[in-house]
Design a protein around this ligand. Structure first.
Ligand SMILES: [Zn+2]
Length: 485
């Protein structure tokens, strides 16, 4: 007995010694730049995610995956024992993004008349590109392969694959027609509740209602999710924002542009075609007028969040973003995916003059500012859908740039993309800000986004639970894959 115990403790000591040198497993090791268990990021500018003024020349101590201290580097306090110290003069540290519209799928190339509307699960590229873009927590916000999303979550949580901490949303809660043959169409309120219950048992923690859900189904889904303490968002169409808020929804995706409640000749509970309401909105809807402001007030009163997805709206706007910027993500895209994207982009540019999108994009930005001013919780996400070109991580960074174009300060845009998501998820004590005791989920930027918001693209290292990943290696590992896998 004694002898067996001695052998066991020797084995334990050997394992402990091995762990001290290597926090990370083989599945993520090729992408890791820093894995010292005690690390000091010295002489950094900190944008802490709370909306506070950035602090110059700070020192962040990371111990065992958590932020142990944030203090002025000028104090020259002693380093913790065995710390590895990185001099990061000139760099900025901000919280890892809490991405709130982060699908793990992408439009499959080859779409066209007579073909099925299909989305390919990007099990390899999406998690890596989110992490490379600084997203350390991602709510998936609608799934076409929920079991794949759940398996990816398990692999990432077990450090067997690189990626952000995933909060998996169940399959779209959609009526008829559905988004495509990959998705179920609900058959009524009972089916809505049954679907919510089933996926909760399978492990999803969030839900998303979609465009053709009936008000009765939406109500049943909200009640079933809330019964389990889970949240539900919606990209709605058949149900207006005001009505959804009254039914108890927690979040609304995309914002004003998809709200059909102000459309002329609208029938309650029926999703009209997109074109009519959007044209009317571009032509005559006044964001500062009493109708929209009453809706904003209702959302705030009912504590309904809104998720900003400006990058996807921008992609419908002629010649935006500049093509050079899109080229930045070309290397990650499959040739066919790039060609599909470039063709549609050119078609949109040709119809430039008659496009309603320049006005809609502006009105959406105005709405988001107005919603925040009224006290609303604005979240931000990528939404890598549409006709392609919005890639995981890249779209999140672009979203912050567009929030600044909308009139938010860079610090406010970062606050929206980090702490606000954490607050919505009820995880604000763990993630979303740079503070003592939080998870060391941090982005090191080679630049200063306060002076130039585009510097959010210059992620040099992305820490998740204190392990520093190399964005360049993550991206290089999925070159040519977006659209395929
Ligand atoms: Zn979506």
């Amino acid at each position: 007995m004694v002898r067996a115990g001695a052998v066991l403790s020797c084995v334990w000591l050997l394992m402990a010694a091995a762990n001290a040198g290597a926090q990370v497993k083989d599945g993520v090791k090729p992408f890791v730049k820093e894995d010292a268990p005690v690390l000091v990021l010295n002489h950094v500018r900190v944008i802490d995610g709370t909306g506070a003024t950035p602090m110059e020349d700070q020192r962040i101590d990371i111990e065992n995956g958590k932020i142990a201290r944030v203090q002025s580097a000028k104090l020259r306090n002693a380093y913790p024992p065995n710390a590895k110290v990185l001099d990061l003069t000139g760099k900025t540290v901000m919280p890892g993004l809490v991405g709130m519209h982060e699908h793990l799928f992408y439009p499959t190339p080859g779409d066209g008349p007579g073909r099925q509307n299909m989305y390919g699960e990007m099990a390899d590229s999406a998690p890596r590109l989110y992490l490379a873009g600084g997203v350390t927590t991602a709510r998936t916000t609608g799934s076409v392969e929920p079991y794949t999303d759940l398996a990816l979550k398990a692999a990432i949580d077990g450090d067997e694959a690189p990626g952000p901490k995933l909060l998996v949303t169940g399959p779209y809660l959609e009526g008829t027609p559905s988004l495509g043959p990959q998705l179920h169409s609900l058959t009524g309120p009972e089916d809505a509740a049954r679907t919510v219950d089933y996926w909760a048992e399978e492990g999803v923690t969030n839900y998303k209602a979609y465009m053709h859900i009936t008000p009765e189904e939406l109500k049943a889904a909200i009640d079933a999710a809330h019964k389990r303490g889970l949240k539900i968002t919606g990209h709605l169409c058949s149900v207006g924002f005001t009505k959804a808020a009254e039914l108890g929804i927690d979040d609304l995706e995309h914002g004003l542009v998809v709200d059909t409640e102000f459309a002329p000749d609208r029938k309650e509970g029926v999703c009209p075609s997109q074109r009519g309401p959007m044209t009317a909105m571009a032509k005559s809807l006044d964001v500062d007028g009493p109708q929209v402001q009453a809706m904003v007030h209702t959302l705030v009163e009912h504590h309904v969040a809104v998720t900003s997805t400006l990058a996807i709206f921008e992609s419908f706007t002629p010649n935006r973003p500049p093509l050079e910027r899109e080229q930045g993500a070309k290397n990650e895209m499959a040739a066919e995916a790039w060609s599909d994207f470039a063709t549609t982009r050119a078609e949109i540019a040709e119809r430039g003059e008659s496009s309603i999108w320049p006005v809609l994009l502006k009105k959406e930005m105005q709405f988001e500012r107005s919603f925040v001013k009224a006290g609303g919780l604005l979240l931000a996400g990528c939404d890598p859908t549409g006709y392609g070109g919005i890639l995981p991580g890249f779209g999140d960074q672009r979203g912050m740039e567009l929030l600044v174009e909308a009139g938010f300060t860079p610090v406010e845009a970062i606050h929206i993309a980090t702490q606000n998501g954490a607050t919505y998820l009820g995880q604000q004590d763990h993630i979303g800000s740079v503070a003592e005791g939080r998870a060391a989920d941090l982005v090191v930027l080679d630049g200063n986004p306060v002076a130039k918001i585009e510097d959010v693209e210059k992620a040099e290292m992305v820490f998740k639970d204190g392990v520093g990943y190399d964005p360049a290696k993550l991206r290089a590992s999925v070159a040519g894959m977006v659209g395929i896998r």
